[in-house]
Ligand binder design. Structure first.
Ligand SMILES: Nc1ncnc2c1ncn2[C@@H]1O[C@H](COP(=O)(O)OP(=O)(O)O)[C@@H](O)[C@H]1O
Ligand SMILES: [Mg+2]
Length: 265
């Protein structure tokens, strides 16, 4: 059984791509077969892995083939490490959003593409690194996944933002993907010097309680929290996950702990 998880937050810069990369890397180290999908036209994940998606078969190739009812003959899977593969992102994906307008069942395009991947390959996990939006591409990701993981930074946690996001998830749940589950909220880029102040934590819990009640959804905040470290950006400049770049770093440890917590959740 392949578990498909979308990493979503309509806000940019909250750690989606970093979480997709490091969670996947940690899982692959535990011997799980993982496929990362770069589902952001900015293609930060592909860039972080040193892959230029522009001239190779990429996620846009799969989406367009699905829209045009064609078969993809080229190999679109890029091997990154043992147990870790990538489907690259591309700037062209921005055009897919437009191409979807007149397509029948346009919310299901990514889902159908992923179904074929599931049949053909034997992944334990498929992790979708989403774009910062709640538009049609994000709806495709929500429709294609079994579960959603929401990274938030303590500074940018807004009740309104989370409510908008959960509202979208809830709509998709009612109309397109009744079994979608919210895995939980992961706090990223936590400044440990100021620590997660009691006040922020109380606010966070209040927000989550409010949203649970309003949308009748089960959401939890993970115990693991990802601290801030400059090594995270440094690792990306070196085309690596932090875990590979500096395994003893606190961010690496935190993502490895988180991966264990997430798997057993
Ligand atoms: N734990 C962290 N510590 C320090 N910097 C981080 C951490 N996590 C992410 N970053 C940096 O913050 C920026 C935004 O992170 P990213 O994962 O790209 O967010 P998103 O995908 O949500 O836009 C990137 O420059 C990234 O290197
Ligand atoms: Mg990103």
């Amino acid at each position: 059984m392949t578990k498909v998880t979308a990493i979503v937050n309509q806000k940019g810069g909250v750690g989606k791509t970093t979480t997709a990369l490091n969670l996947s890397y940690a899982l692959s180290q535990e011997g799980k077969k993982v496929l990362l999908i770069d589902f952001d036209p900015q293609a930060s994940l592909s860039v972080a892995l040193g892959i230029n998606g522009e001239n190779i078969p990429n996620i846009q190739t799969l989406m367009m083939a699905e829209i045009e009812d064609k078969e993809v003959k080229e190999d679109y899977i890029v091997n990154i490490n043992k147990n870790l593969d990538l489907i690259a992102g591309t700037l062209d994906m921005a055009a897919t959003e437009g191409a979807l307008v007149n397509v029948m069942s346009r919310e299901m395009i990514l889902k159908d593409a992923i179904e074929k991947i599931k049949e053909k390959y034997n992944y334990d996990y498929i992790i979708i690194d989403c774009l910062p939006s709640l538009g049609m591409l994000a709806v495709n990701a929500l429709t294609a996944c079994d579960s959603v993981l929401i990274p938030v930074t303590p500074e940018y946690l807004s009740a309104k933002g989370l409510a908008l996001l959960t509202n979208s998830i809830n709509k998709v749940k009612r109309r397109l993907n009744p079994n979608i589950k919210i895995d939980g909220i992961l706090i990223t880029m936590l400044n440990q010097r100021t620590n997660l102040s009691k006040e922020i934590l109380e606010n966070l819990n209040k927000t989550v309680d409010f949203i649970k009640e309003q949308f009748n959804l089960d959401i939890q905040i993970y115990n693991s929290r990802i601290p801030i470290s400059v090594k995270t950006g440094e690792a990306i400049l070196n085309k690596k996950s932090v875990i590979e770049y500096e395994p003893k770093n606190k961010v690496s440890q935190a993502y490895q702990d988180f991966a264990k917590e997430w798997v057993n959740f």
